[in-house]
Design a protein around this ligand. Structure first.
Ligand code: ATP
Length: 441
């Protein structure tokens, strides 16, 4: 199956359901359009993606601090940011078949791409979800579900700067849910109305903006490669001037070759000093930074790498999927990078007797006590158990066999090469830990 074939997408969607990566939300009620639930394997996978991002953006850096802002914010935030007046997509409807489209996603506005019927004029549709705060459902109680996490960072700019005593260039990072009432959600978890973002705002002296824009575009592209995504499935696409958002001086997308074509995974934008200035004006409280050296206040420029946790998870799933061999030998392998893989090791007693299950259990608990997420599987033949783990993307299978009873050694099987070797039972925790470390280097 070619990497960009639509069949691949339906194969992946059904594998995700069958193996417990991703289920349709409220499935027993017929599902809710564009809403998805992460099952036991999916939740581990997505957590690993978010942790890998947090490690590289916050934990391992001295110049970036973390934040966790609330989803509901003062309604004036969205006036200041331009979302109330400007955060809309152009929408058209087909007068004949009633299908709805995003006008900027159509090749022509002459006729409906589905039935060739006539299309309505373009209308603007605001993407923010509205709700009410408190008991009264009147206009004064209207609040919005944030459509991006970034604004929580901007309004906290001075709080974080003063508490952390970081000086520009420095960043504030956050992971959290965002909501957009998308006109045409779809492509599984690629475009949904509720999703998770991983955003970082990097505040720099205005004259250094281009240097840092270059820095972050390379750094973010490399992050996906470091966690195993094939280089040929990734590219950078610079935005044309007429594509830029109202606040942006430049923007580049990291794109991935999904089964439905090249599409955005992450955007890296130069947001200038737009947001800090707007919030200063609308709140009446200056968010300018005081530079001790020059003894002057200034508004830093902002370089923003904004990624989606769900889109990244989908890219890791698509990239990992591989079908190998023929006939009875055929197998599906999810070749996740070990740091991303939901389950790191599976412990498999060869047979259900001779003390093998007990020995295997001991290894299993040892792994869990060392925070190595593992599975224990005793059902069916060893070949079928390997196949189950290959499909879940487990990088290491540990087998307890007759020889284990004699000399306390076990077999480790590597998922991708299927190579097998023996090592001592006591050393397995260290062996797996070392492998995990090597893989994240
Ligand atoms: P698009 O052009 O696909 O609508 P965007 O350019 O509006 O996306 P940004 O505002 O730059 O997206 O948001 C940053 C990131 O958040 C995106 O790169 C994507 O990974 C994620 N994201 C945005 N909208 C959605 C959505 N509806 N569903 C899932 N992820 C999303």
């Amino acid at each position: 199956m070619a990497a960009n074939s639509p069949d691949l997408m339906s194969t992946i969607v059904s594998l995700c359901k069958r193996r417990g990566f991703i289920f349709q939300s409220s499935e027993i009620y017929g599902g809710l359009n564009s809403c998805w639930d992460y099952g036991p394997l999916g939740v581990e996978l997505k957590r690993n993606v978010k942790e890998a991002w947090w490690r590289s953006m916050v934990t391992n850096r001295r110049d970036i601090a973390g934040l966790d802002a609330s989803i509901l914010m003062h309604p004036k935030v969205w006036e200041a940011s331009g979302h109330l007046s400007g955060f809309s997509d152009p929408m058209v409807d087909c007068k004949k078949c009633k299908s709805r489209f995003r006008a900027d996603h159509l090749e022509t506005l002459e006729k409906c791409p589905k039935c060739s019927g006539e299309l309505t004029d373009i209308r603007k549709f605001n993407l923010m979800f509205k709700t009410f705060m408190g008991a009264l459902e009147d206009q004064s109680a209207t609040v919005y579900m944030r459509p991006e996490t970034a604004q929580g960072i901007f309004v906290n700019f001075l709080n974080v700067q003063q508490a952390s005593r970081l000086k520009p260039p420095f960043g504030i990072a956050q992971i959290g849910k965002s909501f957009r009432n998308e006109i045409t959600p779809g492509n599984f978890i690629y475009r949904t109305r509720e999703f998770e973002q991983m955003e970082m705002e990097f505040f720099v002296p205005p004259e250094e903006d281009e240097k840092w824009y270059e820095y972050w575009r390379e750094k973010r592209l490399q992050w996906y490669k470091d966690y195993g995504i094939k280089s040929e499935s990734l590219r950078l696409r610079e935005h044309e001037k007429d594509e830029l958002a109202h606040y942006a001086k430049a923007c580049v997308d990291v794109e991935f070759l999904f089964p439905f074509g090249w599409s955005e995974l992450e955007g890296i934008a130069n947001r200038t000093d737009f947001d800090l200035k707007q919030h200063s004006e609308f709140s009446g409280k200056s968010l300018a930074y005081f530079d001790e050296t020059s003894k002057k206040h200034y508004f830093p420029y902002v370089i923003e790498p904004a990624a989606g946790a769900d889109r990244a998870t989908l890219a890791f799933i698509v990239d990992a999927y591989s079908r190998e061999g023929e006939g009875k030998e055929a197998r599906t392998v999810m070749k996740f990078h070990p740091a991303i893989a939901p389950i790191k090791a599976a412990v498999l007693p060869l047979v259900k007797k001779d003390g093998m299950p007990e020995m295997a259990e001991k290894i299993y608990y040892d792994l869990l006590d060392n925070s190595i997420k593992s599975h224990f599987d005793i059902a069916s033949s060893i070949g079928r158990r390997y196949a189950r783990q290959d499909e879940a993307g487990t990088p290491y299978c540990i087998t307890v066999d007759n020889q284990t009873l004699e000399d306390q050694t076990i077999t480790v099987r590597e998922r991708d090469s299927r190579e097998q070797y023996r090592t001592s039972m006591d050393s397995i925790v260290e062996v797996i830990k070392t492998k995990m470390k090597d893989a994240t280097r």
